[in-house]
Design a protein around this ligand. Structure first.
Ligand code: NAI
Length: 464
C-alpha cells in the first residue's frame, strides 16, 4: 500500500471523513486513519443512535398519550428499550458502513489503527509511517467524562455515560442525570418516555443554559409536566456509589438533599482527545482551554498540520466539524474558501419538543446593548401543530430595530431542528425580516409559525 499521500486525516468522524471526501473530490490523494468504527462518536455513540432512541421515545409518547385522541386504539402499551436499542444500533451500523462506502467511492485509503503525529507531516500507525505532501489534518474529537473529584467516576454500571446509556436493555427505575446541556436533556426525554423516574441536575441557574431563557423555561415546563424533577442551580457536593445504587448529596435553592437512584448518567461535557497523539512532538500547541490552537485557516502552530472539529474549539457540533473539514480540504487544494461564520452555526437539542437556535439570545442582545425588537408566535396558534397535538413551544425572532437584520432566532417545536434552517439561510445571506416575509410559506405548515414570528416582529402578525 502506498504510504505517501497529499493529505492524511487523523480521525474518521464527521469532521475527518468529510474533509477526506472533499480533498479527494479536489484531486488530492487522501488517507483517513481511524482506530475504531468509521463515523466517529456521532455515527456510533452520539448523534445517530441517540436520535434513533429519541424517535422511539417520541413514538412511546404518541401511543401512550395521543393515539386514542387521534382515533387509534393500541391497547396496552408495552415498552421495550432493548428493541429500541437494537433499532438504534442498526441505524448506526448502516451509517458507519455508508461512510466506508463513500470513502471507497472517492478512492480514499482507509487505515485502521492508532495514529501518532511525527515531525514533518508524518504519522505513525503501528510500525508503518505515512507521510503527507500537503497536510495532515487532526480530527480526533472527544470522549465522555465523569466527575472523579466528587466521587462520580464512570464505573459503567451505576455511574454511566452516554456510551453506556445507549446500550441499556432496560430503563432504570430511577435515574439522575447530571448536566442539562444537549446530552442531559436528550437522555432525560428518552428515559422519561421509557418510564424511568428522572431527576435532571444542572449547576447553572437554568437547563440548556446556552439557549435563550424562554427556550429553557419552555423545556423546564414541558419536563415538569411529565413529572421529571428538574433541579437547576443545583450543586452535587458528593456521592456514595455502591454496586446497586448511588446516593447524591445535592444542594439546590439553599437546601441540602439526598437523592437515591439506581443509576447516574454523567452529561457534564466531554474530554478532548488531544493526548497520546504526538501533538507536542509534532510542534502543535494548545489553547488555555485545552483545544488545539489554530489560525484563521485552521492551521496549527506546526507547519502543514491542521485541526478541525471538536478539538479545534467550540461549538463542539458535528456540522461545524464537517464544515471545517470542507474548508481545510479546499485550503490544502490551494483554494481560498469563504471564511466560516462561527456566529451562524445552528444549535439543536432533540428532546421533545425540540429546541433549535441561531445567532444571539435575547440576553446577549441586552448585554451588547443592541436596539432590538422581538417577534414571537406560539405553536398553539398554528394549524399544523394543532392537528398533530404538538402545540408546545414557539418561534421567537430577534431583529435589529432599525435595519431588520435577524440577530437571533429561537424555536421550541416538534420539528424545530428542521424549521431553523430557513433562518440560518436568511442570516447567512443577510436577509432582513421583510425579505423572509416576502417568501410565501405553504399552508398548513409549521413553517408558517416562522413567517408569523417575523410578521410579529414587524407589528403585522395575522393569526394572533
Ligand atoms: P454541555 O457542555 O453542552 O453541557 C453540560 C452541562 O453540564 C452544562 O450545562 C454544565 O453547566 C453542566 N454541568 C457541568 N458540571 C456540572 C456539575 N458538576 N453539576 C451539574 N451540572 C454540571 O455538554 P454535553 O451536554 O455533555 O454535550 C457534550 C458536547 O456534545 C457538547 O458540545 C454538545 O453541544 C454536543 N452534543 C450536541 C448534541 C446536539 O447537537 N443535539 C447532542 C449531544 C451532544
Amino acid at each position: 500500500m502506498a504510504k505517501t499521500f497529499d493529505v492524511i486525516v487523523l480521525g474518521g468522524g464527521p469532521a475527518g471523513y468529510v474533509c477526506a471526501i472533499r480533498a479527494a473530490q479536489l484531486g488530492l490523494s487522501t488517507a483517513v486513519i481511524e482506530r475504531e468504527k468509521l463515523g466517529g462518536v456521532c455515527v456510533n455513540v452520539g448523534c445517530i443512535p441517540s436520535k434513533a432512541l429519541l424517535h422511539s421515545a417520541y413514538v412511546a409518547k404518541l401511543v401512550k398519550h395521543d393515539a386514542k385522541t387521534l382515533g387509534v386504539n393500541v391497547g396496552d402499551v408495552k415498552l421495550d428499550l432493548g428493541a429500541a436499542v437494537r433499532h438504534s444500533r442498526k441505524a448506526s451500523e448502516q451509517n458507519s458502513k455508508g461512510v466506508e462506502f463513500l470513502l471507497k467511492k472517492h478512492k480514499v485509503t482507509i487505515v485502521n489503527g492508532d495514529g501518532k503525529l511525527q515531525t514533518a507531516r508524518k504519522v505513525k500507525v503501528g510500525k508503518d509511517t505515512y507521510s503527507a505532501s500537503k497536510g495532515v489534518v487532526i480530527a480526533t474529537g472527544t470522549r465522555v467524562k465523569g466527575l472523579a473529584q466528587i466521587g462520580l467516576e464512570i464505573n459503567k454500571t451505576t455511574v454511566i455515560s452516554s456510551d453506556e446509556a445507549l446500550f441499556l436493555q432496560q430503563a432504570p427505575q430511577s435515574l439522575a442525570i447530571i448536566g442539562a446541556g444537549a446530552v442531559g436533556c436528550e437522555f432525560t426525554d428518552i428515559f422519561n418516555a421509557f418510564d424511568s423516574k428522572v431527576t435532571l441536575i444542572e449547576v447553572l441557574p437554568r437547563i440548556l443554559p446556552l439557549e435563550d431563557h424562554e427556550s429553557s423555561e419552555a423545556i423546564t415546563r414541558s419536563f415538569e409536566k411529565r413529572k421529571i424533577q428538574v433541579l437547576a442551580g443545583a450543586k452535587v457536593k458528593g456521592a456514595e456509589v455502591t454496586e446497586a445504587m448511588v446516593t447524591l448529596d445535592v444542594e439546590a435553592g439553599g437546601k441540602a438533599q439526598k437523592i437515591e437512584v439506581e443509576k447516574v448518567l454523567m452529561a457534564v461535557g466531554r474530554a478532548l482527545n488531544t493526548e497520546s497523539i504526538g501533538l507536542e512532538d509534532a510542534g502543535v500547541t494548545l489553547t488555555d482551554q485545552g483545544f488545539v490552537a489554530v489560525d484563521q485557516n485552521l492551521k496549527t502552530a506546526a507547519d502543514g498540520i491542521y485541526a478541525i472539529g471538536d478539538i479545534a474549539g467550540p461549538p463542539m457540533l458535528a456540522h461545524k466539524g464537517s464544515r471545517e473539514g470542507v474548508f481545510v480540504a479546499e485550503v490544502l487544494a490551494g483554494q481560498k474558501p469563504r471564511p466560516i461564520r462561527y456566529d451562524n452555526v445552528p444549535s439543536v437539542t432533540y428532546c421533545h419538543p425540540e429546541v433549535a437556535s441561531i445567532g444571539l439570545t435575547e440576553e446577549q442582545c441586552k448585554k451588547q446593548k443592541l436596539d432590538y425588537v422581538v417577534g414571537k408566535f406560539p405553536l398553539s396558534a398554528n394549524g399544523r401543530a394543532r392537528v398533530a397535538l404538538e402545540t408546545e413551544g414557539f418561534v421567537k425572532i430577534i431583529r435589529d430595530k432599525r435595519y431588520g437584520e435577524i440577530l437571533g432566532a429561537h424555536i421550541v417545536a416538534s420539528h424545530a431542528s428542521e424549521l431553523i434552517h430557513e433562518l440560518t439561510v436568511a442570516r447567512e445571506n443577510e436577509y432582513t425580516v421583510e425579505e423572509v416575509d416576502l417568501a410565501i410559506h405553504a399552508h398548513p405548515t409549521l413553517s408558517e409559525a416562522v413567517a408569523e414570528a417575523v410578521l410579529d416582529s414587524l407589528g403585522r402578525v395575522i393569526h394572533m
